[in-house]
Design a protein around this ligand. Structure first.
Ligand code: MV4
Length: 446
């Protein structure tokens, strides 16, 4: 195992990684920006090193500053968490060049799964279902039109290097498609430095179902079942749950085994999530692969008993996965509400500032992942997520009631949070029935 790990992140995930390291007997080094200098989790690490000012470009996103801190602290490995440098093949490579273990996939595996066209090809070769569409990148207008005639409208143009909804265009007829291709290529080139775009069939109504996977350095790969993340707004997830409500278990298991095969075929070591859309007939279509530990990993931890963050470290240290697929089973139901410092009554306007009252829920089946304490100031520089309330119960209905009860215990003052929205959603009959689609929340908020 590693002697010392640097955490190249902030907030709740930095604290989550500190906790995993402590349980593994690994020393921790946190990097921080001046905007985070008073954050209490920094004192839980063995060492904290300032790497720059508030703007992320000059601190958490700055590869040379992070690597310099790692060299000064003489760490064996770096955990990137999520966001920031976590999905940058150049960062994984910089770590390798400096003989520091990157806790995540190799730059090759990350590059291959991060490029959507390449990823889709590997998926197809491994019998992972994908949307019908172009074979690889589209060269010109005529090729796009030919593919669209074959698969039928509507179609969607996506950037091969895009992700999380960036660089997508829906085309409902030939005229729009013709006028969009060149613009999409130019946009992709400007935004991602890669002009490759592809097209596929556009699905109007769908659920977002993603499969959590783990691969090790010995050729083993397993899945930890699925999460439903359909409750989202502007590509930001709001609630996640596991398992997905009313999903055909046989279909899901086939797809999830495919996801694990995809990791294995990509020589992937670490945690990964394979995202799918699921249509009204429970057909699955792969969207993209996230090559990192995700925000919503706790719901999978609660239903499987697997510590995903600990596993990410164990895998990077070269140990084989300590279990096989047959050892993984689902127990109960789990749900996560993202607590953001935003005002749902004001169009989700950010609400940073000092938190004087912070009373968090507890009791049976309740887990709170947060770096916030009373007196903490939410800096305006970063993502507005300040914590995650996660609950576990035997059934989905008990889980909803437990979440409701936990949300009722929550007291935060004076900043605004998404707690009132969550309380409303826990009583929403469509959500309680299960199976709302990815557009549900935006329709509800109109
Ligand atoms: C799609 C789609 C419909 N059809 N692809 C958005 C984020 C990116 N990961 C892929 N996205 C979509 N791809 C096809 N062929 C609809 C979306 C989409 C979406 C997907 C997941 C969660 C929320 C979403 C919200 C709007 C659109």
């Amino acid at each position: 195992m590693f002697k010392r790990v640097l955490i190249a992140n902030r907030g709740e995930i930095a604290l989550r990684i500190i906790r995993a390291c402590k349980e593994l007997g690994v020393e921790t080094v946190c990097v921080y920006s001046t905007a985070d200098k008073d954050a209490p989790y920094l004192r839980m690490a063995d060492r904290a090193i300032c790497i720059g000012p508030g703007p992320a470009r000059e601190s958490y996103l700055n590869i040379s500053r992070v690597i310099s801190a790692a060299e000064i602290a003489d760490v064996d490995a770096i955990h990137p968490g999520y966001g920031f440098l976590s999905e940058r093949p150049d960062f994984s490579e910089a770590c390798r060049d400096c003989k520091i273990e990157f806790i995540g996939p190799s730059p090759e595996a990350m590059g291959k799964l991060g490029d959507k066209v390449a990823c889709k090809n590997t998926a197809k070769a491994n019998k992972v279902p994908v949307f019908p569409g172009s074979d690889g990148a589209i060269e010109d207008e005529e090729e796009a039109v030919a593919v669209a005639i074959k698969i039928g409208y509507p179609v969607i143009i996506k950037a091969s290097a895009g992700g999380g909804g960036r660089g997508m265009r829906v085309c409902r007829n030939e005229a729009t498609l013709r006028s969009s291709i060149k613009a999409a290529q130019q946009e992709a080139q400007a935004a991602f430095g890669n002009g490759a775009v592809f097209i596929e069939k556009f699905l109007e109504h769908a659920r977002h179902v993603e499969v959590q996977c783990l691969g090790d350095k010995h050729g083993n790969a397993v899945h930890l079942f699925e999460r439903d993340c359909s409750m989202q707004r502007r590509h930001q997830k709001v609630i996640e749950e596991a398992p997905g409500p009313s999903i055909d278990r046989r279909k899901l298991e086939k797809v999830a085994e495919g996801a694990a095969r995809l990791l294995k075929a990509s020589n992937y070591a670490g945690a990964a999530t394979v995202e799918f859309l699921m249509d009204d007939h429970q057909n699955f279509y792969m969207l993209e692969v996230n090559t990192r530990v995700q925000v919503e990993h706790p719901v999978t931890e609660l239903i499987t008993g697997v510590d995903i963050v600990k596993m990410s470290i164990v895998i990077a240290a070269g140990e084989p996965l300590p279990f096989r697929q047959k050892d993984i089973a689902i127990r109960g139901h789990a749900m996560e509400c993202r607590i953001n410092a935003e005002d749902p009554a004001q169009g989700f306007r950010p609400s940073p500032g000092r938190i004087t009252t912070w009373e968090v829920p507890g009791g049976p089946g309740v887990r709170m992942d947060t770096h916030v304490v009373p007196g903490y100031s939410v800096p305006p520089n970063y993502d507005s997520m300040i914590g995650k309330l996660i609950v576990h119960a035997d059934t989905r209905e008990q889980c909803l009631d437990r979440m409701s009860r936990a949300l009722d215990e929550f007291r935060v003052d004076p900043i605004k949070t998404t707690i009132p929205l969550h309380r409303r959603l826990m009583q929403n009959s469509d959500f309680r029935k299960g199976g709302v689609d990815i557009h549900y929340l935006e329709r509800l908020l109109k």
